[in-house]
Design a protein around this ligand. Structure first.
Ligand SMILES: C[S@@+](CC[C@H](N)C(=O)[O-])C[C@H]1O[C@@H](n2cnc3c(N)ncnc32)[C@H](O)[C@@H]1O
Length: 462
């Protein structure tokens, strides 16, 4: 599949996408990105190819597994637009898509689906695809799935923090808790959050064992995710739908989980109106994701944001996110380019979700990210650190080290210090050091701490 996808991308590069200009504009609006740079053009073509291939693949799976789900309406529309015979011919894609279809037809469906619904199979199916299809794109958007052990640890930490520090006795299952993973990828955080909630409801005897109705309600109304790329988006929906079945319930044909295809870093301000009249399915994806961004009183933001320094497709609203951390009060001004890192933008977006009141709700909550650890002592991040000392009441860092550049991935004793992202397929994991940051804001204390002046520091301490 990946080799056919690669072939399709090369053909698109040769033929160009001039005949898809209205689709291109609509996608820019929907995703809140710009395709005007070289990287943007690359991303546009990759979006088309991923949509075609994962559209084909998901249709093949969904045909086997379940009814069509509402979450894929827009994807079908996008697929339909690109797959129109005239468009396919103009882009010289007919032959390569036929070959991909024939490859799927050759699969032994019984054997495939026996393995496919097993734990982790869908996820493992996805990462090698992207690695083989477009390793550069994978690097650029930080498309590495997060090891399940890391996700479980973070979900448990958040659950415990909600109980112990915010007085929410059912943790993630408490009725006021709205959860967001803004970089959902293949959906592991959402899956583990739902598992944790199910366990709590069971322990508390609150789970309607026959219909799973309570859990379904929570899954549909209080758990959200954003993802920018069609391939992991499709995988996340497939995995989550499979998990829901294991919990004992299914979504109706017009129900969908709140995992949206959108840029997590835009859509909070200045959204105005967009002209997606020719693409109604895109419009509802855009409206619903914006309403989560602007109206849902999110209390927990958790996930694994991308690490790359620059995505090259960000619009102004996204680029401005790091600016909040350029302002300093009592620490040295930031130097260098570190605030342009994508993960810093995700931190800012998460901080805003927790600290800016929505619909009159209190501003308290938890941010838990695993990320590049450069912000902990970087000279670019002085303002970011200073900012968090007043925005949050409690900050806990698990420093996971594993930095190739600083330590050559060795401990002080000279033992191997691989990345926590190390897998049997990729022993080195990622190159930068990482840390899990858990930041808690309690409404009353947060107000109080803002009034306490920060101690003056020397530049060496900063
Ligand atoms: C490190 S991965 C997260 C992996 C995920 N936790 C999992 O286990 O599959 C980061 C994800 O963020 C997505 N991403 C990158 N930029 C984004 C943006 N601006 N908005 C939403 N998602 C984005 C990437 O496509 C990628 O899937």
């Amino acid at each position: 599949m990946a080799s056919y996808a690669k072939e399709a991308r090369l053909r698109l590069e040769l033929k160009g996408t001039a005949n898809l200009s209205s689709l291109r504009n609509a996608l820019e609006e929907l995703l809140g990105v710009s395709f005007s740079t070289d990287q943007g053009e690359h991303f546009f073509r990759a979006t088309l190819v991923q949509t075609l291939f994962y559209g084909l693949f998901s249709a093949w799976v969904i045909h086997h597994e379940t009814k069509t789900k509402a979450a894929f309406n827009w994807l079908q529309r996008l697929f339909g637009e690109i797959a129109k015979p005239a468009a396919m011919q103009a882009m010289n894609l007919v032959e390569v898509m036929d070959s991909a279809q024939e490859a799927l037809d050759r699969v032994n469906r019984t054997a495939f689906f026996k393995n496919f619904s097993e734990e982790r199979a869908v996820q493992y199916f996805y990462e090698p695809f992207l690695e083989a299809y477009d390793p550069e794109l994978r690097e650029q958007f930080g498309v590495w799935y997060t090891p399940e052990e890391v996700v479980e640890y973070m979900v448990e930490r958040v659950d415990r923090t909600l109980r112990d520090d915010l007085g929410l006795s059912l943790g993630l299952a408490s009725p006021e808790v709205v959860i967001l993973d803004p970089c959902t990828g293949t959906g592991t955080y959402i899956l583990k959050v739902l598992e944790r909630i199910q366990r709590t409801l069971e322990e508390e005897g609150q789970l309607d064992a026959f219909s799973g109705q309570d859990l379904k309600e929570i899954a549909l109304k209080r758990v959200f995710g954003f993802e920018l790329m069609p391939a992991p988006f499709v995988v996340a929906h497939m995995r989550l739908n499979m998990q829901l079945k294991k919990f004992g319930f299914e979504l109706g044909a017009d129900e969908r989980l709140g995992v949206y295809l959108t840029n997590a870093l835009t859509g909070y301000t200045d959204t105005g109106s967009v002209d997606l009249s020719a693409f109604g399915e895109f419009l509802s994806e855009w409206q619903e994701s914006n309403s989560v961004k602007q109206q849902e009183p999110v209390l927990v933001v958790l996930g694994n944001p991308p690490y790359s320094s620059f995505s090259g497709i960000g619009v102004k609203e996204e680029q401005e996110l790091g600016n909040a951390y350029r302002e300093v009060k009592a620490v040295p001004r930031p130097v260098g380019q570190g605030l342009n890192d994508l993960y810093v933008r995700f931190f800012r977006m998460a901080e805003r979700q927790i600290t800016q009141p929505k619909e009159g709700k209190q501003t308290q909550g938890v941010v838990c990210f695993i990320s590049n650890y450069s912000w902990l002592d970087g000279l670019s991040h002085t303002g970011m650190r200073e900012h968090y000392l007043s925005a949050f009441d409690q900050i806990t860092i698990d420093n996971l080290n594993g930095d190739r550049y600083r330590t050559g991935k060795l401990t002080p004793e000279g033992k191997p210090d691989p990345s926590i992202f190390s897998t049997p397929y990729n022993r080195e994991g990622i190159q930068v050091g990482t840390a899990i940051s858990l930041m808690v804001r309690r409404e009353a204390l947060a107000r109080c701490s803002e009034r306490v002046p920060l101690p003056k520091r020397s530049s060496s301490e900063a």
